[in-house]
Design a protein around this ligand. Structure first.
Ligand SMILES: Nc1nc2c(ncn2[C@@H]2O[C@H](COP(=O)(O)OP(=O)(O)OP(=O)(O)O)[C@@H](O)[C@H]2O)c(=O)[nH]1
Ligand SMILES: [Mg+2]
Length: 416
């Protein structure tokens, strides 16, 4: 199996969390279980400890650490995952006590990203995030790194490079930053060109596993991988989508979000996230069958705000309505849509909502323009609206996508 190339059997994980009351620790732990599965490992058991704050030396208390050590021995645990960020000292102490490799939530997410990255840019972004996260965690002797070899939390482009020293890593970080900045400039130029050409973009954003890629596929037959896994999509994909009026927009599928998204990842993926946030219309897709769909919508909205996306329409899309008994009970926000992407239900309404939110109202016309009115065609041509023209005996048969301001001029010549 691809996910376990380094080991013979599926790795067994013990999950550890502390509940400080700062956030919903149970829900976060549940999600950590899904993350472990998405990384290709098996969550064997979860341990939660209520504490006011993490212990500086070992995160959990010493009694709990002994218990963990015992479970590791009895249950043949391969690695520990903590649901909080661990300091280098904590990792070292926990590993020494338990004799089991220890990672935290961020390292686990980075690991999944490393597994999923396909594009050059995606790989560079993940590598940069991994190195930035690991650099302060390297002891002078590179002790933590020497144990890297196989298994969850150790994968990705970093593996071989991490054998080397800090200086090398710093240099590598600089190189990665330069390459990424070049790629991001190219992205920016591309985006500006699209804007100039009048391409309207619509981005699908939202919490991981909400069904974004499924929706993308349902609307455009894009063939994007969709899976019941967290972070199935890493690289953005875009496809043309034709709206009922005949106008096309560019639909973009994006990486999913998660609560307490590691800061390193937001930084690393900023250029791709910004591209999504810069779209003319945003579809914030959520899994309406989840108890937490409101939180999911809000996490996405607040990241969008952080990225400066405040002046554009954001449509709440309630997906997986087939899994809930009373979709009628979902909030009736204006402009929100209920769909089932998997069965393709509610998509017509969604297309209409996208259409309603177009930055300019456009309509496709088929026109028969008499020869003595041919001036109209040059007006349309100048506005970039003319799609085709064909000379017929009775006049010019034309197709045009026309802005609202010009509708009154073309309407008298519209056919069908
Ligand atoms: N029941 C049901 N399942 C759905 C629906 N839409 C998507 N799913 C399932 O939800 C899971 C996740 O779907 P994806 O499309 O991969 O979700 P995503 O939002 O792209 O996830 P990431 O790329 O990981 O952020 C898959 O197992 C889909 O089959 C739906 O309308 N109903
Ligand atoms: Mg996806």
């Amino acid at each position: 199996m691809e996910l376990h190339e380094n080991t013979q059997r599926i790795q067994r994980a013990l999950l550890v969390g502390i509940d400080t009351g700062e956030y919903d620790a149970e829900a976060s732990m549940q999600e950590l279980t899904e993350l472990v599965k998405s990384a290709g490992a098996e969550p064997v058991a979860c341990l939660m400890q209520k504490r006011e704050k993490p212990d500086g030396a070992t995160c959990v208390g010493s009694g709990r650490l002994e218990e963990i050590t015992e479970i590791c021995r009895q249950q043949e645990i391969d690695f520990l995952v903590f649901d909080t960020e661990l300091t280098p000292t904590q990792i070292r102490n926990i590993e020494e006590a338990s004799d089991v490799r220890t990672i935290d939530r961020t390292m686990l997410i980075l690991d999944i990203f490393a597994l999923r990255a396909r594009s050059n840019e995606g790989k560079l972004q993940v590598e940069l995030a991994q190195l930035k996260y690991l650099l302060p965690r390297l002891s002078g002797k590179g002790k933590e790194m020497s144990r890297l070899g196989g298994g969850v939390g150790t994968r990705g482009p970093g593996e071989t490079k991490l054998e080397t020293d800090k200086r090398h890593i710093r240099r590598r970080i600089e190189t990665l930053k330069e390459s990424l900045s070049e790629l991001s400039q190219r992205r920016e130029r591309h985006r500006r060109r699209r804007k100039k050409e009048g391409v309207i973009t619509c981005a699908i954003v939202g919490y991981t596993n909400a069904g974004k890629s499924t929706l993308m596929n349902a609307l455009t037959k894009a063939g994007v991988l969709s899976e019941d896994k967290l972070f199935a999509t890493l690289d953005p994909t875009s496809r043309a989508l034709k709206l009922p009026s005949g106008v096309s927009v560019m639909l973009i599928d994006t990486v999913g979000l998660i609560r307490r998204l590691p800061h390193h990842l937001v930084e690393a993926f900023k250029s791709t996230l910004e591209e999504a946030a810069d779209a003319d219309i945003l579809l914030n897709v959520c899994d309406a069958s989840s108890d937490e769909y409101r939180l999911h919508l809000e996490i996405t909205n607040s990241l969008l705000r952080e990225l400066g996306c405040v002046d554009r329409p954001i449509v709440s899309v309630f997906n997986k309505c087939d899994l809930i008994e009373n979709p009628e009970d979902l909030p009736r926000e204006s402009g929100s849509v209920k769909i089932c992407a998997k069965q393709g239900r509610g998509l017509d309404e969604l297309l209409q909502v996208i259409e309603d939110h177009l930055p300019v109202r456009l309509r496709r016309f088929r026109l028969m323009v008499p020869f003595d009115q041919a001036g109209l065609l040059s007006v349309l041509r100048q506005a970039g609206a003319l799609q085709s023209e064909e000379y017929r005996a009775e006049g010019i048969l034309a197709e045009a996508i026309v802005e609202e301001a010009l509708w009154h001029k073309v309407e008298p010549f519209a056919v069908d």
